[in-house]
Design a protein around this ligand. Structure first.
Ligand SMILES: Nc1ncnc2c1ncn2[C@@H]1O[C@H](COP(=O)(O)OP(=O)(O)OP(=O)(O)O)[C@@H](O)[C@H]1O
Ligand code: SF4
Ligand SMILES: [Mg+2]
Length: 329
């Protein structure tokens, strides 16, 4: 197993109270596996990835749990030890490209520095590698564009540069936070194809964070659905799309536009809004939006339980509950 996240909780202590952005989540990623995390805005996807990378900013802090990478706990490492791993064995494509690009450095200098540090290449070899990577991510005239500064590029180009930088050292694990959101469909397909090739060729694993269920169905092996910092469903991609169990996942899937849908019906939207993290409802966090809410749901938190390799956190599937009996009759 490459990565094992065990009971991870991450909090932000604010004046108005404490936000538990990631609440006791556990998951694993094997070598060469593509695991997607999906969920609405604010569900804790980016905070999960920043926690793994050791890049949380104050007032964020890991309140508990372990992050085992090749059996070593990243949470117990010094910043120096983490720096050795970041950009080398684990690298990240950030949701906002400017987070990882330095505005006052030329593109080539940024990628070259990373490959020279981590791959021990000479300057000449590093430049060749940089141009090769820019070409691989679909940047036209890469040798010339390598001299650009980040502000001379469009958002989509910057996203590709960041992808080139993240992949340049051949990481074992790539954390990609919305890697294709700023890109048009053709480039999006090229980037996904590139991630696939890196997986086939080098056994690279990917933690793919995205809003886009179309991307998930095309690229991922396994999917985690997050809601309010918790995992509410986890399954392999076929099983999740064929048999979504959690009412939230069912709603997400119903809200995807279908190309062959000729009806004039408006697209389905999950009613209501994600609760304020400082005022979470008692019981199931989805209870105030759920069409199938039971009495028990507003009082108790359902546990994540496994049914035939598919995990779900919902009382409808509890054998001992009213809803569970109804499901199983
Ligand atoms: N710097 C911060 N200060 C306070 N709270 C924060 C901070 N960053 C994140 N949070 C809290 O953590 C929660 C999860 O945020 P996160 O950025 O992980 O969401 P996300 O799932 O990545 O959303 P999006 O799809 O919009 O990127 C947010 O609801 C917010 O309350
Ligand atoms: S536990 Fe209850 S409220 Fe929560 S998703 Fe299941 S049925 Fe809906
Ligand atoms: Mg995010």
């Amino acid at each position: 197993m490459l990565l094992e996240v065990k009971n991870l909780s991450t909090e932000f202590k604010l004046k108005r109270g404490t936000v538990r952005a990631v609440d006791d989540i556990s998951f694993t990623i094997d070598k060469g596996e593509i695991l997607a995390i999906v969920g609405e805005s604010g569900s804790g996807k980016s905070v999960t990835s920043l926690s793994i990378m050791g890049l949380l900013q104050k007032p964020g802090r890991i309140a508990g749990g372990q992050i085992l990478f090749n059996s070593q706990d990243l949470n117990k490492m010094s910043q120096k030890e983490l720096q050795q791993i970041r950009g080398n064995q684990i690298s990240m494509i950030f949701q906002e490209p400017m987070t990882s690009l330095n505005p006052v450095w030329r593109i080539k200098d940024q990628i070259m520095e990373s490959v020279m540090t981590h791959m021990k290449l000479s300057k000449k070899e590093a430049l060749a590698r940089t141009i090769e990577m820019l070409d691989t991510v679909g940047i036209p005239s890469p040798a010339e564009r390598a001299n650009d500064y980040p502000h001379q590029m469009s958002g989509g180009m910057r996203q590709r540069v960041m992808t080139a930088m993240a992949l340049s050292c051949g990481p074992d694990l790539l954390i990609a936070d919305e890697p294709t959101t700023a890109l048009d469909v053709t480039i999006q397909a090229q980037i996904l194809e590139l991630l696939y090739r890196m997986r086939e060729k080098f056994g690279m694993a990917v933690l793919l964070i995205t809003h886009d269920l179309g991307v998930v169905s095309e690229a991922a092996d396994r999917v985690i659905v997050m809601y309010c910092g918790k995992i509410v469903e986890e399954a392999n991609v076929k099983s999740l799309f064929a048999h979504p169990m959690h009412p939230y996942t069912v709603g997400l899937l119903q809200s995807i536009p279908q190309i062959d849908d000729e009806s004039d019906e408006p697209l389905y939207m999950i009613k209501g809004m994600v609760p304020n993290p400082l005022r979470m409802p008692q019981g199931c966090p989805f209870s105030d939006r759920c069409d199938r809410c039971l009495e028990r749901c507003t009082q108790e938190m359902p546990e994540l339980q496994e049914i035939d390799g598919h995990k779900v956190r919902c009382f409808l599937y509890n054998q001992d509950s009213e809803g569970g009996r109804a499901q199983n009759e």
